[in-house]
Design a binder for this molecule. Structure first.
Ligand SMILES: NC(=O)c1ccc[n+]([C@@H]2O[C@H](COP(=O)([O-])OP(=O)(O)OC[C@H]3O[C@@H](n4cnc5c(N)ncnc54)[C@H](OP(=O)(O)O)[C@@H]3O)[C@@H](O)[C@H]2O)c1
Length: 253
């Protein structure tokens, strides 16, 4: 038996239309899972689903705003009707609307960031667990960030939510172990995606940041996907409540 095989598993990946979420979705699908891709825009989800299905694997696109409890409710209703089960949840979608000093953060910025990065993932887990329990277990990965350990400059609000997501991961790991549901976190470092454009498009900022990364570069989204495959597969059957850091050595430098 290949411990990394996800044959007959159903997986939800939020923020699956591009960047890290898309790379995770492609690898999980290549490993045998039927991946359900969510994000706000159905058109870009359909493109990724077509790419995955075209390669002979299985993907279904469903639009869902990660911070909308009504849309999360509707998503799980559709999953239950179409699939009747859920084995894997990857809480990957996130937002970072406030780039600046923490003291300058407005009320609306807090609300939006907490809604999408913390409250949404919580309700995603709550609904996922109800389905996973029916099937005897499952695996959840929350995509946090190295900023959840070491706050990023001008990213204070975002960093607080990513720290909260790590703590939520650990609480759920303890609560759900008896239900055979493992809950872990991925902590990516700088990765070349739209999300990181403010850094990767600015040569001067990028140069300064690269100096702090022993590997001297940003990651490609695909370099995050293998870590998630490990965490959701049977290869990690005794691993729960952990933070898997993929940062080119940034946190130890
Ligand atoms: N890139 C990095 O350097 C880095 C470093 C550490 C951690 N991370 C984490 O990695 C995860 C993925 O980031 P990424 O870099 O891959 O970003 P990205 O390329 O910008 O992709 C973000 C994905 O999330 C979706 N999304 C955004 N807001 C959403 C919402 N409110 N509801 C539902 N979907 C939403 C986007 O689609 P729509 O816009 O169509 O909704 C898209 O599919 C995030 O949790 C981020 O915090 C990234």
């Amino acid at each position: 038996m290949n411990p990394f095989s996800l044959e007959n598993k159903v997986a939800v990946i939020t923020g699956g239309s591009r960047g890290i979420g898309k790379a995770i979705a492609k690898l999980l699908a290549e490993s045998g899972a039927h991946v359900i891709l969510t994000s706000r825009k159905i058109e870009s989800l359909k493109e990724v689903a077509d790419e995955i299905n075209g390669a002979g694997n299985k993907a279904t696109p469903i639009a869902c705003h990660a911070g909308s409890l009504d849309q999360i409710e509707a998503l799980y209703k559709e999953i239950e009707e179409k699939f009747g089960r859920l084995d894997i949840l990857v809480n990957n979608a996130a937002t970072n609307p406030h780039f600046g000093n923490l003291l300058d953060a407005e009320d609306s910025m807090w609300d939006k960031t907490v809604e999408v990065n913390l409250k949404g993932p919580f309700f995603m887990i709550k609904k996922a667990v109800a389905l996973m329990k029916k099937n005897g277990g499952g695996a959840i990965v929350n995509v946090s960030s190295i900023n959840g350990i070491k706050p990023g400059l001008f990213q204070g609000v975002y960093s607080v939510t990513k720290a909260g997501l790590i703590n939520m991961t650990q609480s759920f790991a303890k609560e759900l172990a008896a239900d055979n549901i493992r809950v872990n976190a991925l902590l990516p470092g700088l990765t070349e995606t739209k999300f990181a454009k403010a850094i990767t498009d600015n040569e001067d900022i990028q140069k300064e940041i690269f100096k702090q990364i022993p590997m001297g570069r940003a990651a490609q989204p695909e370099e995050m996907a293998g870590a998630v495959l490990y965490l959701v597969s049977d290869a990690a059957s005794f691993t729960t409540g952990t933070c898997l850091v993929c940062d080119g050595g940034y946190l130890v430098s």
